[in-house]
Design a protein around this ligand. Structure first.
Ligand code: PLP
Length: 359
């Protein structure tokens, strides 16, 4: 059996949802579960987060999976319909569509299905990715209101570009712009992502759309989820499969990038970029062995990683090695690999064995 294993901490997911509710009291929580629940497993995450008021997914296929798993809460497809044929499937599954582009509006207008579809009007308040320009919002809202194929309760949403920098005026500018563009319009408001929940209480609206925080991950630079009261929901581990006694001057791995400064023991761990451990993790990236850090030395390869065992004379073949999770925040590993924690949890590959833990 492959030694690489991702343990999903169901209790941490539940606890993190409770923490989001504590930070955004009285607001509804849309648990964002795109990218297979940020790599934690869509159905498993939805089960653990059954207390959420709704779920946000990237595409209809994820909505299909959630309904097949028995999820009865509201489900919002964040990029909405990709083609007119999506409309009937959305209605069949009672999914809600974000409407962010005039093309989608035309598809809706041409659709005469009598079952009203719930939609969320996406406002571009400064992210400049998806959404209608603020100046068009009233006209689009009025148009949606008069379409019989659209449910009367139209949600209003926007997305922040830099809310993880708690003093960036851009976010305040986005909040003000969204308010101005939507003032007086009927409908529930949803502005905040996880960083919005943490740093921008004025943007909590009716719904918060929390992703990373639910998985215990921070996007705030230099901070980890635990700093905000969140617990990691994934621990990625593997085992030591070899211990080599090397001599001073021996060089390790592809391209021979790391040279032993003295005679020393080097451990080989059965995990690599084929499992989703980042190839970009530099020498010095920590792993945990027996609860204490050991640095990666040399290049990460497809199936294996080499680590410095000088501080671990007691290490034995078969010992468990934690790559990230409990005891080693994924944000720290991500920083050593030039990326963010989300990228690592989303990137765990199918050959990794997934297990669940109640705690
Ligand atoms: C991914 C996403 C979120 C969640 O963002 P986090 O930073 O993970 O909380 C919220 N809203 C939209 C539209 C998203 O795409």
């Amino acid at each position: 059996m492959r030694a690489s294993c991702a343990t999903i901490h169901l209790g941490a997911l539940r606890e993190n949802l409770r923490r989001v509710r504590e930070l955004a009291p009285g607001r509804k929580v849309m648990a964002i579960v795109k990218a297979d629940g940020y790599g934690h497993g869509l159905e498993r995450v939805a089960r653990a987060l059954e207390g959420a008021d709704g779920f946000g997914v990237a595409c209809i296929a994820d909505g299909q999976r959630l309904r097949a798993a028995g999820v009865s809460q509201r489900i919002v497809v964040l990029s909405g319909i990709d083609e007119p044929a999506d409309l009937s499937e959305m209605r069949r599954l009672n999914l809600e569509s974000v409407i962010h582009h005039p093309t989608q509006l035309e598809w809706l207008a041409a659709d005469h299905d009598p079952r009203p579809l719930r939609v969320w009007l996406k406002v571009d308040s400064g992210m400049h990715r998806l959404g209608f320009a603020q100046a068009r919002v009233r006209e689009v809202h009025a148009r949606l209101r008069e379409l019989p194929s659209v449910h009367r309760d139209i949600g209003l949403m926007t997305h922040f570009a830099n809310s993880d920098v708690f003093d960036d005026p851009l976010t305040m500018h986005q909040i003000d712009g969204f308010e101005a563009a939507t003032s007086g319009l009927a409908g529930e408001r949803a502005l905040a992502n996880s960083a919005g929940v943490l740093g921008w209480p004025e943007a909590h609206g009716d719904w918060v759309r929390a992703g990373g925080a639910l998985y215990g991950i921070s996007v705030v630079e230099g901070r980890v989820g635990a700093d905000f009261g969140f617990r990691p929901a994934m621990t990625l581990s593997s085992r030591l499969v070899a211990i080599n006694q090397l001599a001073r001057g021996d060089r390790i791995g592809y391209a021979a990038t790391w040279e032993c400064p003295e005679d020393m023991a080097v451990g080989v761990v059965a995990i690599g970029y084929g499992d989703g451990y980042p190839r970009s993790a530099a020498s010095g990236t920590p792993v945990l062995l027996d609860g204490r850090p050991a640095p990666v030395v040399g290049r990460v390869s497809m199936d294996l990683v080499t680590i410095d065992l000088r501080a671990h004379p007691q290490a034995r073949i078969g010992d468990t090695v934690v790559l990230w999770g409990r005891g080693l925040p994924v944000e720290e590993v991500a920083a050593c690999a030039g990326t963010i924690g989300y990228d690592l949890t989303c990137g765990v590959t199918r050959r990794v064995r997934f297990t669940e833990e109640a705690a």
